[in-house]
Design a protein around this ligand. Structure first.
Ligand SMILES: NC(=O)C1=CN([C@@H]2O[C@H](COP(=O)(O)OP(=O)(O)OC[C@H]3O[C@@H](n4cnc5c(N)ncnc54)[C@H](OP(=O)(O)O)[C@@H]3O)[C@@H](O)[C@H]2O)C=CC1
Ligand SMILES: O=C(O)C1=N[C@H](C(=O)O)C[C@H](O)C1
Length: 238
């Protein structure tokens, strides 16, 4: 598979190693100078990990150039529906995931299960903490938002999420976003009562899992049209 890397920072470089190990060829690399359509078109699939303000434009260019795209950039999701419509209009291919690692996708399922289990027990209050490296531009993380949206669907006590400093009522799911050293990504969900706490945590040790998952997603998308998720790629139950 010929791959264009749109965004060639920490993730782009980790992706390149995994792509080469799996027998793929990186035919183009783009950074903050932006994409070049003639180079982009050499790829079977583009993998986009850039910055929140550039993601929408990059995805639009890929879809308009007929290049299917796997994107993991976070912080641009207010425009997700526009990109899905463009993908459908162009008969393109798209996979977005706030987190591509197998471990986090299993953790998503565990979070949904736990929220359903806790729904009748209003003595427990749910809260979330995410910890990332100091270079991260967005807060809360895309993964925390995915976890929060799933939790709110299952737990009647919460109706929206808010960063801890903005949380106003008991029905807000508080998300504490901590920025610390070079932490790759840690997410915890805690149910606290006066009697005890129940807590689940996913800790990434490095970026390998994110990058491997994105490469597996690109292998899945190659030659397909449509909008897919990591649940499709990993064949996980909905
Ligand atoms: N979904 C997931 O599983 C994961 C998602 N992420 C997300 O991926 C994104 C990137 O993370 P990371 O690699 O750590 O970040 P980095 O800051 O290390 O890299 C970002 C890269 O994007 C480039 N860039 C800036 N503007 C553009 C543009 N207009 N077009 C193309 N590239 C551009 C930068 O270029 P230059 O070097 O020239 O400045 C840089 O190389 C973040 O949003 C992060 O949250 C991260 C890990 C996992
Ligand atoms: O910026 C990062 O590094 C990460 N971003 C993603 C997110 O916002 O959830 C995924 C992972 O946690 C690492």
């Amino acid at each position: 598979m010929k791959v264009a890397l749109v965004g060639y920072g920490k993730m782009g470089k980790t992706l390149e190693k995994i792509l080469v190990d799996r027998g793929h060829e990186v035919v183009a690399r783009f950074g903050s100078e932006g994409t070049q359509v003639s180079e982009l078109k050499k790829a079977d699939v583009a993998i986009e990990f850039s910055v929140p303000e550039a993601a929408y434009g990059n995805l639009k260019t890929c879809l308009e150039s007929g290049v299917p795209i796997v994107t993991g950039t976070t912080g641009w999701l207010d425009r997700y529906d526009e990109i899905v419509s463009l993908c459908q209009e162009k008969n393109g291919g798209l996979i977005y995931a706030s987190n591509f690692s197998l471990g986090v996708n299993l953790f998503f399922a565990l979070n949904r299960y736990l929220a359903d289990l806790m729904a009748p027990y209003s003595d427990y209050n749910a809260e979330m903490t995410e910890i990332h490296h100091i270079h991260k531009l967005d807060a809360p993380s895309g993964t925390a938002i995915s976890l929060a949206e799933d939790l709110i669907k299952g737990l009647p006590q919460k109706d929206k999420w808010a960063l801890k400093e903005n949380a106003q009522s008991d029905s807000d799911l508080s998300i504490e976003a901590i920025r610390e050293n070079e932490v790759p990504g840690t997410h915890s969900i805690r149910y606290s009562s006066a009697i005890d706490d129940i807590e689940i945590t996913h800790t990434a040790h490095n970026r390998q899992g994110f990058a491997l998952g994105a490469v597996i997603a690109a292998e899945y998308l190659n030659g397909k049209q449509g909008v897919y998720s990591m649940r499709d790629v990993l064949n996980l139950p909905s």
